[in-house]
Ligand binder design. Structure first.
Ligand code: PLP
Ligand code: ZN
Length: 394
């Protein structure tokens, strides 16, 4: 599994040489899944195993320590939030991953594959995940956060002792900066091929739980498009392995305050244009220029799904409803997905006979009241990032 391919133009590259296709689109690992079959589950191991249950289709081998524990999250039907004429709703609770979000899947595979220092451009769950997994694996971590990242979030990341930089300047460009410069650290950004490989395992787990049938649809929040890509990749592989009776449709949900993928979907376009987002409580999904946006749109088009924008008020109300009625505390960024299920049911996309799996991407229990200690955070300008990062990791 050493080849990367472009979903769009089909170009292939050896792993390690390039970060994106020369056509501009993101790459993913080529996986020959034709011989894949579900592992034996008669011993109850599905639901107990971590994501390494699917090691044969991953570009890394089972590690020890924290990375060994990512994935294997609960999936349960939640009748308390179903409506009488709506579909059966199954919740995949990614908040129980080691650092509270699905990002641990991608981090676990990434850190198990690369050597030396690791890094990421993130001010949220991905930063926390990379910092924690690096700590567990005794690696240095470089975390580049945006100027406006609140101290409470910084303190949460800082407790794992990474090199933590608050970057002043155009944060949106940093994703590309870290791919274009050799910074002495392997950057596991939102849609890095290793990360997408790890993240596809969430859909493996969902589909295995329904085997030999399959859910009618998988609904998830989308920002960079990394997780949506992983879900699509999983469905393609499971199709190739002959394990899906019908391919689940992929539906994506965005906040109406930052919805470039939904806007492109409504235009009927195959390319996402950057937008100017507005402030939103959906802090984990406010990417105005998503690097895997086109691939996310392709996932929707190929599986006959859709993209939904959820207004801020509806999202916040849905966050409360999930906690109060389903007993699951999530970030507002996740609640767009169950809000979307209701919109889609009302629009006739789902009926009472349908099984819809919703990925609740991150825990709501994280953002507490602790006194933030941010004394280890260094303030730097974007132009100083390459030098400062190199100095920090050397
Ligand atoms: C990162 C994140 C997302 C968005 O995932 P992408 O791969 O960037 O599309 C959604 N929800 C939560 C909680 C996240 O942390
Ligand atoms: Zn290409």
């Amino acid at each position: 599994m050493e080849q990367l391919t472009c979903y769009d133009c089909g170009e292939t590259y050896p792993f390690g040489d390039v970060t994106r296709c020369r056509c501009g689109e993101p790459l993913w690992f080529e996986t020959d899944a034709a011989a894949f079959d579900w592992p034996d589950a008669s011993d109850g191991s599905l639901g107990r195993d971590a994501l390494w249950r699917y090691e044969s289709v991953l570009p890394a081998t089972t590690p020890t320590g924290l990375a060994a524990a990512a994935g294997g999250t609960p999936l349960f039907r939640a009748p308390s939030i179903e409506s009488t004429d709506g579909p059966r709703v199954h919740l995949k609770v990614e908040g129980v991953n080691p650092t509270g979000s699905f990002k641990d899947r991608g981090t676990a595979v990434g850190i198990s594959r690369v050597d030396g220092p690791v890094g990421t451009v993130s001010h949220g769950n991905m930063a926390l995940s990379v910092a924690a997994h690096a700590a567990a694996a005794d690696r240095e971590a470089v975390i580049l956060v945006a100027e406006d990242t609140p101290d409470s979030r910084l303190a949460m990341i800082a407790q794992h002792d990474p090199h933590l930089f608050r970057v002043h300047g155009e944060y949106g460009r940093l994703y590309h900066d870290t791919l274009e410069h050799d910074l002495g650290a392997a950057f596991l950004n939102s849609d890095a091929p290793l990360r997408v490989a790890g993240q596809k395992t969430v859909a493996y787990e969902i589909c295995e739980a329904f085997a030999p049938d399959a859910p009618d649809a998988i609904v998830l929040p989308v920002s960079s498009g990394g997780q949506a890509s992983g879900v699509w990749k999983a469905l393609r592989e499971l199709d190739a392995a002959g394990l899906l009776t019908a391919t689940p449709r992929i539906y994506l949900a965005q906040t109406a305050r930052c919805d470039p993928i939904a806007q492109a979907y409504r235009r009927g376009a195959s390319r996402v244009e950057p937008v100017t987002g507005e402030p939103t409580a959906a802090v984990s999904i406010n990417n105005a220029d998503p690097p895997s946006g086109n691939r996310a749109l392709a996932a929707v088009a190929e599986t006959d799904g859709g993209v939904v924008s959820v207004p801020e008020e509806a999202m916040l109300a849905e966050t409360d409803r999930l906690a109060a009625d389903a007993g699951v505390s999530v970030e507002p960024s996740c609640a767009v997905a169950t809000a979307a299920v209701r919109d889609l049911a009302a629009a006739g996309e789902f009926g009472p006979g349908d099984d819809v799996a919703v990925i609740l991407t991150g825990s709501g229990y994280k953002y507490g009241e602790t006194e933030p200690d941010t004394s280890s955070v260094r303030e730097i300008d974007r132009s100083d990032v390459p030098g400062a990062v190199r100095d920090a990791v050397s």
